[in-house]
Design a protein around this ligand. Sequence first.
Ligand code: GAR
Length: 185
Amino acid sequence: MKQIAIFASGTGTNAQAIIEHFRENKNTCVSLIVTNNAQSGVLKIAAENNIKTAIVSKEGISDSERMKNLLKEIDFIVLAGFLLLIPEYLVKSFPKKIINIHPALLPKYGGKGMYGIKVHEAVKENNEIETGITIHYVNEYFDEGEIIEQHKVTLSSADSALNIQIKVQQLEHEFYPKCVVRMVK
Ligand code: GAR
């Protein structure tokens, strides 16, 4: 059985979609949720699904011995709204085995601080006619790893940042779990 760890810092809607997608899967399961945020919704989702959790601080994620021990049974790591940078030792320990989703069409609207609603506010500010999602491999820089796939959605001038977020989340929940299935193989 292949084991996935999901790293998330927020509400956890993507984590939820992925957990549901793998629930009946006979070859792969989500066996660990890692968060840096003790208040995050993703902890409740983990509890509801009987999935083991770990809370790691910024310093904690740099502790290679602790993290390697935590992840010793894990085959694949999925970032789903995780705010901390993945350190180089972790990227090297999981070559092409860590992926992230970004709520925009990278390289646009990426980088440090570009997270969640801030991304959609910037898209709105620039009167973009389309936005979308990017799923990419993770390297040691924010949002810079090789792109795996992108999906677009059309925007109208009437769309608020919140509407944009809703449209983008629909794409995320539709495409991210399917992509994880393909990548984990
Ligand atoms: C998602 O929209 C994800 O793309 C984004 O955070 C949100 C987490 O939502 N990630 C980034 O902005 C990474 N830079 P969720 O907690 O409901 O899954």
